[in-house]
Design a protein around this ligand. Sequence first.
Ligand code: RET
Length: 297
Amino acid sequence: MQNQLPEIVKLKNWMLVGTFFALWISVYFNKATEEVLAYVLILSFGILHGSNDIKLIRATSYNENAPGMMKVLLCYLGFIAMVIALLKFLPLVLIGVFLIFSAYHFGEQHWNGGLSGSRISKTTLYVNYGLLVLTILFHAHGKEVENILLKLTDFVVPAAIWRSLLFILLITFVLQYILKFKQKVSTRFRELLILLVLYIVFNTASLLWSFAIYFIIWHSVPSLSDQIQYLYGELSWKNFFKYFRTSFWYWAAAVVSLFGLFLFFSKAFDEVVPMLFAFIIAITFPHVLVIDKLRRS
Ligand SMILES: CC1=C(/C=C/C(C)=C/C=C/C(C)=C/C=O)C(C)(C)CCC1
């Protein structure tokens, strides 16, 4: 039992502790240090939690229907190429769909099967919750988000819209969550507390550090833990290293191609952060579909 990782419930407490530690970092360190840490975490745990997608696609198919590795890899790369083409030719539509996909994915991970209700009410709650978290982030860093979106889409998405959106999403989320889902008062209270903590963190830390805090602590770590349990039955350090070994080459390929893109497109983007997000957008779509399939299988 010595090498056993904390169980899921304990994980939530660790996530809160980690968030406060990250908040402490943003108070005591400057923006440059936060950004270096953010890059390191996004490129390590962030990319790693999506690096086993190709293996998971095969694991979620019934054995006799499992597609060959080459076929899966080609479809995967084709899908990414299509997303990049859409980002170029229909940027606003793509970003809109991406935000909804991401919101669903964040919400699905956050509630982690802990809600009972119809599929449609759960889906809308996931999307509402994810959009609420993203809007808290965008509202806290309106000008920077506007600049990144301008670089990615060539359109100005005025920072002022996040305030109204935040208000609408908060009301719809609270109403839907309280009226449609029966949960203990303490659980409801904890959920609202988490949102308040995120609000404080996002308004204290820089944009990249805030994103990294949510993406790593609240999304990638619990997702890694779920995937390890799905693939190997139990969460332990031994199984974590097994996961790391099988995903290492995909992870390395993703990080190397990201550096390749930085070199190749550095003139077109002239800033690193929009390029990082373009890369995240490209690899997130197939990942969201794979994880959704995994949860339903
Ligand atoms: C923060 C941020 C953005 C959104 C990022 C999102 C939504 C990332 C989602 C990642 C996911 C879902 C990864 C899955 O594992 C924009 C609008 C691109 C640009 C401004 C800053």
